[in-house]
Design a protein around this ligand. Structure first.
Ligand code: E4P
Length: 217
């Protein structure tokens, strides 16, 4: 399973990249706003740092302007993935930009039907939002399962990029379902290393190390 880091914070990306836990990056307008950086400048910096795909989202709502913005974003670096919203205009832009050889991440997906259309429009990645569905009492993980079934039924090679990840359990459940990629905030990815029994076990070992004066170096 690939891990993308869902942030425009370059220091957070660098830390996970150095650990080998960053197979790519996703950004969106809210994350760009949070970074306080210019979208073109920060996207370039992230692309220089990370070998994998870096999603940068268009800001227009109509297909023609999305296509123009997508082409401009794609010029930043070879690993840019153009992120488009799941609207009919976004799908139209997806078809055009994908046919030009660009990689596309179709975002804001909340239903299996939307995911089916994105695959037919040539999307490289589909981003179903788990957390935002959970927020309105719909199980976001059910959507990941439904899309996995549909894509496997018909052999679509669009990758399922599970997004809006809020918990470490979202990640393990996505791995069990067979999502191709998860994108999550850096703190959620790092929290995967935590377990209360690991902490408790280590406390006991530290006490015994001290008591016995055990030294290696
Ligand atoms: C994915 O591409 C989105 O940027 C992101 O996962 C949205 O997450 P949120 O619902 O926590 O804002």
């Amino acid at each position: 399973m690939k891990f993308f880091v869902d942030t425009a914070d370059v220091d957070a990306i660098r830390e996970l990249n150095d650990l080998g836990f960053c197979d790519g990056v996703t950004t969106n307008p809210s994350l760009i706003k949070k970074s306080g950086r210019d979208i073109l400048e920060v996207t370039k910096e992230i692309c220089d740092l990370v070998d994998g795909p870096v999603s940068a989202e268009v800001v227009a709502l109509d297909a023609d302007t999305m296509i123009a913005e997508g082409r401009k974003l794609a010029q930043i670096a070879d690993n840019v993935v153009i992120k488009l919203p799941l609207t009919l205009d976004g799908l139209k832009a997806c078809k055009v930009l994908a046919s030009e050889g660009h990689k596309i991440n179709v975002t804001l997906c909340f239903s299996a039907n939307q995911a089916l259309l994105a695959a037919k429009a040539g999307a490289t990645f589909i981003s179903p939002f788990i957390g935002r569905l959970d927020d309105i009492n719909i199980d976001g993980l059910d959507l990941i399962e439904d899309i996995r079934t549909i894509y496997d039924n018909y052999g679509y090679d669009t990758e399922i990029l599970a997004a809006s990840i809020r918990t470490v359990n979202h990640i393990s459940e996505c791995a069990k379902i067979g999502a191709d990629v998860i994108t999550a905030p850096a703190n959620v990815i790092k929290a995967m290393a935590n377990h209360v029994l690991t902490d408790k076990g280590l406390d006991a070992f530290v006490a015994d190390i001290k008591a016995a004066g055990i030294k290696i170096l």
